[in-house]
Design a protein around this ligand. Structure first.
Ligand SMILES: *Cc1c(COP(=O)(O)O)cnc(C)c1O
Length: 385
């Protein structure tokens, strides 16, 4: 008997303690964690510098209100601005809220209403971000959605070039679709979106909730592509597990979010800012980002190599330490076997195995994870029966 709404199909595992790349369940079983709380615990579990920052802040002040100046917000915002194409930041508490802010800002700034998003996307669970999420299964049963959202096929540059409608406030997309199957965008596609935005006066919103904060080996995933988005949203990895989200926008947009237009009681709370500041101080160091690229490469090559002779594996793809293995079998059974063998991994859709190790993972841990994945997938016969 549970006292919770069953919105998640929960696994029969409760983590009692976690440190670095490892998590321990209530029975003392040890897992190598290649989920990281879904790209949240980017510095591993309970990173000391973040724990120290939160602990120190706990002794000073927890919360005031956004009616007061909060110097820590300025420090975190400066970090985000200096490492992105944006100039100003709005703090929220989650990815959906950051995207909600982006959608509101785009409409208010342009005076236009249509938002274009892409099939298999995931942008959140509020009404607007659910509508932005172009997946029927997410909409089902909720009645009329927010009007004026339209969907296009992902990675289809021609479909974008074909648009001749001027009445579009924004295009919104993930540079690697996370929940939708770990699908990286092509450069041609993102450039087509950027050109179309400039041509028709629409804003380019990049949802970096999963790909941001170092996950792909750059501060933000869009930086692999030479584009300059008008709005960037982040959340998951920003606080290392402390809930916090942010919307970063270019300076032209600043006046459109004047006092009273948007807000959040908890957004940019002192404790969240202490966590975010300590997180960014580590993640945004060039040598740290470089190490993420190298580890991503090691995992990618290991997967490609190990899986060359496994018939159930169709493809390996992704960027940095956001990687997916497309299988031609049901992924959920594979995940259960991996857990049994001591590896926590995730799905993306029904047939993609998604790996999100902490960005601090060691080479030895990568090799250990690869070994477990290989041995489980080589026993694939047990799944096909
Ligand atoms: C997780 C996710 C969201 C939603 O974030 P929440 O914090 O759960 O609201 C939005 N966009 C992307 C790309 C995500 O991966």
């Amino acid at each position: 008997m549970s006292y919770l709404f069953p919105t998640y199909a929960k696994w029969d595992v409760a983590i009692e303690k976690a440190e670095g790349s490892y998590a321990y369940d209530a029975n003392g079983k040890k897992y190598l964690d290649f989920i990281s709380g879904i790209a949240v615990c980017n510095l591993g579990h309970c990173p000391k510098q973040v724990a120290d920052a939160i602990t120190e802040q706990l002794q000073k002040v927890w919360h005031t209100s956004n009616l007061f100046h909060i110097p820590l917000q300025e420090e975190v915002a400066k970090q985000l601005v200096e490492h992105s194409s944006g100039d100003a930041v709005f703090f929220a508490n989650s990815g959906a809220e950051a995207n909600e802010a982006a959608i509101k800002l785009a409409r208010k700034h342009t005076g236009k209403h249509k938002i274009i998003t892409f099939y298999q996307s995931f942008h959140g669970r509020t009404f607007a971000t659910m509508t932005a999420t172009a997946q029927e299964k997410v909409h089902k049963g909720f009645g009329p959605l927010i009007p004026t959202f339209e969907y296009l096929p992902y990675n289809d540059a021609a479909a974008v070039k074909n648009i001749h409608d001027e009445d579009i406030a924004a295009f919104m997309l993930e540079v690697v679709q996370g929940e939708g199957g770990v699908i990286p965008a092509t450069k041609e596609f993102l450039q087509a979106v950027e050109e179309k935005c400039r041509e028709i006066g629409a804003l380019f919103i990049v949802d970096e909730v999963q790909t941001g904060i170092g996950r792909t080996g750059k501060a933000f995933g869009y930086q692999h592509y030479g584009i300059s988005p008008d709005i960037i949203t982040v959340a998951k990895g920003l606080g290392s597990g402390f809930p916090v989200g942010a919307m970063i926008g270019k300076k032209e947009l600043i006046e459109s979010f004047s006092p009273g237009t948007h807000g959040s009681t908890f957004g940019g709370n002192y404790l969240a800012m202490a966590a975010a500041k300590a997180t960014l101080e580590t993640v945004f160091q060039p040598s740290f980002l470089q190490s993420v690229q190298e580890k991503g490469q090691r995992l990618f090559e290991g997967l490609s190599e190990l899986l060359r002779d496994v018939p159930t594996v169709k493809k390996v793809r992704g960027k940095g330490l956001l990687l997916g293995i497309e299988l031609d079998i049901e992924v959920n059974k594979v995940l259960a076997s991996l857990r049994e063998e001591g590896l926590l991994a995730l799905s993306a859709g029904s047939n993609v195995l998604r790996l999100l190790p902490p960005l601090t993972v060691s080479n030895e841990e990568i090799d250990l994870g690869l070994g477990i994945i290989a041995s489980v997938l080589k026993k694939e016969k047990i799944f096909s029966s």
